[in-house]
Design a protein around this ligand. Structure first.
Ligand code: KG4
Ligand code: ZN
Length: 341
């Protein structure tokens, strides 16, 4: 099945053409980062307007790069939620319009579901697996037993990991979104230079917390203003990043132990972090875990990843044009096929 996929959940307008939920013929991502950077974060109203400007050109580009026309498309899959409601509405409205005009089936897909299945576009990973989704809006651990079969094992009780990276970046005047810059600076720093706390490390749940860690960085900077000097910044970044990674690695290892699963998939923008990649590799090697990271373009927000669940649901006849965009949509509520009738 040749699918057109559309993603507008946050600050990236994305469209992709994917064959059979596997072969990516095109994947276009138009980022609004430069627009939001001057505000230090995503401004929802501006995001919606920028999506409106970009959506049709991005879809056109996806069709052109895939060398197909709209008449060739056999179905449309769109991010229905979770995300910024005004932003989601742009993608959902475009998808409904195209599917209705072309007389083809449409399916609304969960954005987090797309993230944790994105790996399947790189290479097949057998179910079940533990999925850690770490992005600007989410930090969740899921047991994934198949497409449409998810159980939340743990999550952040406050900030998402990417949000913590971006907030700490802001404290040291790194423009939004600063996660990737912290990662680069950390490469030259000593992760043991500053002993930041690892909140909830010894807590019995599989939850994590990052807001206290961010406050610790803020307090440390107040007491040691020179820590943000160019010469000292790498140590601060490496120490903060080590605290985030220690927590994510420890909770993932514990989740694997408790569930007995032997495969781990890590996705979302923070899965690009080099420190997280190397510490997860160490943990996995020590415990005999089969570890998978999607390629960086598939980790961050994109439309191609929607094709994995989109194709699966459409192939099974679960299509509907009668749905709204939803800002919140817990994955636990998806229990294929009962909610897809
Ligand atoms: O998945 P994503 O593209 O968008 C959503 O939030 O859904 O993730 C974006 C987040 C931002 O917070 C960004 O700072 C973070 O991922 N990020 C990183 C890195 N690359 C992106 N965080 C740490 N290290 C990186 N290399
Ligand atoms: Zn995302």
């Amino acid at each position: 099945m040749l699918l057109l996929c559309i993603e507008t959940s946050c600050d990236e307008t994305a469209a992709a053409v994917v064959k059979d939920g596997r072969t990516v013929l095109s994947s276009i991502v138009s980022s609004q980062i430069a627009v939001h950077a001057e505000y230090g974060g995503v401004v929802p109203e501006i995001a919606s307007r920028k999506h409106l400007e970009a959506i049709l050109p991005v879809i056109d580009q996806a069709l052109v790069e895939a060398a197909v026309s709209i008449e060739d498309i056999e179905g449309v899959a769109v991010t229905r939620g979770p995300g910024l409601i005004g932003a989601l509405l742009v993608g959902v409205s475009a998808a409904k319009g195209i599917a209705t005009a072309a007389g083809i089936p449409l399916v609304g897909v969960n954005h987090i579901e797309s993230h944790l299945l994105a790996i399947q576009l790189d290479h097949y990973v057998e179910f079940p697996y533990l999925a850690l989704v770490v992005s600007g809006g989410h930090t969740h651990l899921y047991e994934v037993t198949g497409i449409g079969r998810y159980r939340t094992l743990g999550q952040t009780i406050d900030d998402a990991a990417g949000e913590a990276f971006d907030k700490v970046a802001k404290l040291v005047n790194i423009p939004y979104p600063g996660g990737a810059v912290i990662d680069l600076l950390a490469l030259d720093g000593d992760p043991k230079a500053i002993n930041f706390p690892r909140p909830l490390l010894y807590d019995k749940t599989l939850n994590v917390s990052f807001s206290g860690l961010k406050t610790s960085v803020m307090t440390y900077l107040k007491r040691n203003p020179s820590a943000s000097d160019p010469a000292n910044l790498p140590d601060l970044c490496a120490s903060f990043q080590a605290a985030v990674c220690d927590l994510l690695v420890a909770k993932s290892a514990e989740a694997l132990l408790r569930t007995g699963m032997s495969r781990l998939v890590i996705s979302g923008g923070v899965a690009c972090n080099s420190g997280l990649r190397s510490s997860m590799k160490r943990m996995s090697a020590a415990n005999g875990i089969d570890l998978h990271f999607p390629s960086p373009l598939l980790c961050a927000d994109n439309a191609a990843m929607i094709a994995v669940p989109g194709d699966f649901y459409l192939q099974r006849g679960f299509s509907s044009a009668d749905f709204d965009a939803v800002p919140s949509w817990p994955l636990d509520s998806i229990n294929f096929p009962s909610d897809r009738g």
